[in-house]
Ligand binder design. Structure first.
Ligand code: NDP
Length: 288
């Protein structure tokens, strides 16, 4: 049996590193092929061409967008009997389209986006939210297990992508709301590290207050591990879903407007935590 991993970016590089422990041959392909060769040397995987990768029994992809995955599959169709596990944070309607299209050719497609950041990918403790055919999910689960802390089947094709988009919009909301809270506290002369320590031992805490705010914002480091444009994309997927369902959910819409203020080119080069600088600019108060 062969496993392939396509897309050795910030997440895929680490996710694919756990697969050799399953005992099967692991093929890796990356657009910038040097990364695939470096991965093979570092982790004992095998750098291969994309047309060989898509002949594997289980094919993982972790690319920026659903459009990238659709294009890749159109140019390199997988073979009958295989399962395509798409760990991209993608668009639900695209998952449904790909699942139907590939099923017609005897291939199962699962949307299986991940959460846990690069550190979770490195440790192999990611949360994986899976949508699609239940039998394909049961076949894929022991393989996904290699890099997962939690694997949850969430429903029909597209459900995994929907859960991921909502999760990331909540993350964006928590970060923005926390930054607003710390802005008012700083204006009152409160020490932000002390304030954060109180919040982290109180009901207002979140993963943004426990990890991101001190490590990335107060430190002024803003290390890029998750590009802001990818988070903008996720919020857009969630707000598109809201519109599709004709719901009136104003907070998510408001958050989208706040995050959209950083233009795409700058967002591509920035960590998501850098969105706080928009607020800092508006309030003229630096969170340090
Ligand atoms: P990166 O930008 O670090 O990596 C993207 C990968 O996709 C690279 O290997 C890149 O190749 C490849 N790629 C880009 N475009 C194409 C294309 N058109 N055809 C083929 N390969 C392509 O992204 P991340 O790893 O950060 O994110 C990947 C996915 O995971 C995204 O959907 C993101 O939203 C999601 N995610 C990211 C998290 C994070 O913390 N970073 C956390 C959870 C989910 P090349 O090296 O040649 O550029």
């Amino acid at each position: 049996m062969k496993i392939a991993f396509i897309g050795l970016g910030a997440m895929g590089w680490h996710m694919a590193s756990h697969l050799p422990k399953l005992g099967f041959e692991v093929l890796v392909w990356n657009r910038n092929f040097e990364k695939a060769e470096a991965h093979a040397q570092t982790f004992g995987t095998k750098a291969t061409s994309v047309d060989q990768a898509v002949k594997a029994d289980f094919i993982f992809s972790c690319l920026p967008t659903s459009a990238d995955v659709e294009q890749l599959i159109a140019q390199n169709p997988p073979v009958k009997g295989s399962v395509w596990i798409d760990c991209t944070s993608g668009v639900p309607i695209s998952a449904l389209k790909l699942a139907n299209q590939l099923k017609f050719n005897g291939v199962e497609y699962l949307d299986a986006p991940v959460s846990g950041q690069t550190i979770g990918a490195e440790k192999g403790t990611l949360t994986v939210m899976v949508g699609g055919d239940v039998d394909a999910y049961k076949r894929a689960k022991p393989i996904i297990q290699a890099f997962a802390g939690l694997i949850e089947y969430v429903g029909e094709s597209g459900s995994g992508f929907a859960v991921k988009a909502v999760n990331n919009t909540l993350m964006a909301t928590h970060l923005w709301a926390l930054a607003e809270g710390l802005t008012v506290l700083k204006s009152k002369g409160v020490d932000l590290n002390s304030a954060l320590n109180c919040i982290n031992h109180s009901s207002g805490k979140s993963s943004m207050s426990e990890n991101i705010m001190a490590q990335r914002v107060l430190s002024r480091a803003f290390p890029k591990t998750f590009a802001l444009d990818l988070l903008q994309k996720d919020i857009g997927i969630a707000t598109d879903l809201i519109q599709e369902q004709a719901l009136n959910l104003p907070t998510m819409q408001l958050i989208q407007n706040q995050y959209k203020q950083i233009e795409k080119v700058k967002a591509q080069d920035s960590d998501f935590s850098a969105v706080v600088q928009v607020l800092e600019h508006q309030s003229k108060i630096e969170l340090s």
